[in-house]
Design a protein around this ligand. Sequence first.
Ligand code: AP5
Length: 223
Amino acid sequence: MFMSKIIVLIGAPGAGKGTQARLLESRLGIPQISTGDMFREMKNSDTRLAREVQEIMASGKLVPDALTYEMVRERTARPDCRATFVLDGFPRTAVQAEMLESLSDELGKPVVAIQIDVPMEILEKRLTGRRSCPECGEIYNIFFKAPKSEGYCDLHPRAELVQRADDTEEKVKVRLETYEDNTKPLLEYYRSSGRLETVDGSRDPEEIYKEIESLIGSANATV
Ligand code: AP5
């Protein structure tokens, strides 16, 4: 019988974690838990905490571990996470990885970490070229995945695509450094415990998806 898992997508900013997580959700019904998306949603609430989070994100640095974990815990306690779910952007620090071990024990779901590996020189274009639909969140890229009509969503033709505040060249540099310092060491953490798979993320998204799908045993993933 298939065992539910916690799938962790790890990769530098722009590696394609969101793109792949969204495919897993739409095609296999595996919920995408994106800490970045959850923090971005906070911009709609006018509280001191929400403003602090927006400032941290805009700087390219990381939101404090305790707050991040609280959000993940709350979100993964919802009914749609009873079976397998995918974490997109969590854990990002050694402390968060420890927190995830407790959650994994508590839920009785093993962690499978999948690294999406992309050379640094490609990442910059992916990030500075990224645009998204404010209505449905669909992601485009002006260099690699342009919408049919320039500046507008294919699915919502009246919705003008927007650029993330942290996708400017200056902020991208900080985010890539933050990844090198805080998150890259987690690869060794998962590798040394035999829980790391690596996929070449410089290929076509569909090819990457097929490999990820086979790694997680798609046929029974939502059982
Ligand atoms: P988050 O939203 O998680 O951003 P990120 O990790 O910087 O990752 P991105 O969303 O930029 O990239 P991605 O890997 O998802 O790539 P995507 O699929 O979009 O975090 C934002 C901020 O929130 C952080 O900086 C931090 O402040 C805070 N935060 C979040 N989680 C946190 C945590 N755990 N702890 C503390 N703070 C946290 O693709 C990128 C582009 O490339 C798109 O244009 C896409 O179309 C294109 N693309 C994707 N795949 C391909 C491909 N195979 N070929 C060609 N183009 C592709």
